[in-house]
Design a binder for this molecule. Sequence first.
Ligand code: SAM
Length: 298
Amino acid sequence: MADSDKKLENLFYNECFPRASRYDFRWVAENQMGPNALWLAEWLMEDLELTPGMRVLDMGCGRAISSIFLAREYGVTVFAADLWIPAGENWLRVCEAKLENQVYPVHAEAHALPFAESFFDAIVSLDSYSYYGTDDLYLSYIIRFLRPGGKIGIVVPGLQAEMENNPPEHLLKAQSNGKVFWEPECCTFHSAQWWKKHWEKTGLVSVDVADTMPDGWRHWAQHERAVEASGFAIFPSDEEALLEDAGRNLTLVRVVGNRAQNENIASSAQGTDPHVWERAFMNVCANLMAPMNKKRKT
Ligand SMILES: C[S@@+](CC[C@H](N)C(=O)[O-])C[C@H]1O[C@@H](n2cnc3c(N)ncnc32)[C@H](O)[C@@H]1O
């Protein structure tokens, strides 16, 4: 192996994630879309047990490397759902990985999922859930696709604690490459405690785990450096801001919840009535309004 490749391999190697570190670093570099999806998946699996044969939704899977990792490492069947990456592209990767019978790419928008109610044994989402899941109504939508007693687990970029004021100066200034860390999307960054409350107040899940990755900022910064060195970076590196922040604010947050078995939960959350976002909900409204509209006309 050339010296430059050896150097890159070392940058992608992380002893905290031994399973992930066995994967070809070039493949990870070429297909990464944010803080190392394999590291995030391996960390999530410490608290979300997957057993062979389970059906898993990998929501916002990007280039499906986490889906391939989960299928290979834990023997599960993965539905790899994503919006920005065409399913056909992910299918090529799945075929290359020889997992045609275990990973099924699906092009889907998070608010219009084409699955049956209670279909999944587990739902996971890595560096994606914050794009849609901070909405108060989202958990009640996605949970319909999880069987009662099944687990939902996410890892997202987040905060050590909720910010009482505006973001600190060091996250708002340009790094030496010109990139400012804090973009409007960062407003979806929250603390582990925020996520726990956000989920538990729905009454739909009990939260088993809501914590932050030990040294998460260091791992995230390592990944930024590795990707930059590989030449496959999609965005300019955020390593400098992460190192300056040194974990005071930025971290990686993990949340694992258990779908309630409780019969009292609303039938819309169970999937027996349409969710307010579903087109079918219009029919429910029309039926409810019909007698009133009739009265008005007469
Ligand atoms: C930062 S990328 C991470 C991708 C992948 N999980 C990873 O870690 O490499 C975020 C992903 O979330 C997906 N995403 C964002 N908003 C979405 C939505 N409304 N519906 C479905 N997927 C969405 C995008 O398509 C994108 O691939």
